[in-house]
Design a protein around this ligand. Sequence first.
Ligand SMILES: O=C(O)COP(=O)(O)O
Ligand SMILES: [Mg+2]
Length: 235
Amino acid sequence: MVKAVLLDIDGTLTRDRDTEALEPEAIAAIQDIVGRYVVGLVTGNALVVTQALARYIGLPRGSPLIAENGCLVDYNGEVRELCEDLNLRDAALRLMKAIPDLRPTYQFNYRRFDITLWAPGDPLDLVNAVKIELRKMNLENRVRVSHSGYALHLQPINSSKAVGIKYICSAMGIGCSDVVYIGDSDTDVEAMEIVGYGVAVSNATDELKKRARIVLEKPSGKGVADFIRYYLPRL
Ligand SMILES: O=C(O)COP(=O)(O)O
Ligand SMILES: [Mg+2]
């Protein structure tokens, strides 16, 4: 029985995977189920961005919020830090000197453990270039490098959205088998694997679709709206 619906933000609640504009149908569908299910956000965004979005969507105070790809959890008014502080902001500053076009994201100064950078071009090429530089800094075994489609993320090697979700399941006293998670990118892969109902939007990465239990027919927020209206009541 589904007890919680956890949602990625970028590429999942948005109109598509290349915009931060929210899909109104998804927001309306979420607002309809608040009160019947625990609804939470699980994202690579900074905690303050996640908290602000939760408020504007209308999630009740104390709803589970997982930020910085699992490094920060805000639940029932308490914030937990689940990552080791590797001072990755310093590593990011060095990377920006080594790789032309690499820039801090707008959230750069509001992040603790998972640091985000951005550059135009192919995400995979960027990840590979960053890995080469991290090797020179002797950080390749300590830092996980990923790309959400929106930003490059540097985070402690064993951290992930799944770690944050497991923490939330145990704090809520439920099994993660009673959790729905909807996502769009490779940063959602681990989360898919630990929840009972892993859901990918139709425009998700191939890697994520391979791991999902349900692949939706519609993209991003339109897929989320359909899932909440038509699939969720039947689970
Ligand atoms: O922070 C990002 O780069 C993307 O955020 P998301 O995890 O909500 O997709
Ligand atoms: Mg996403």
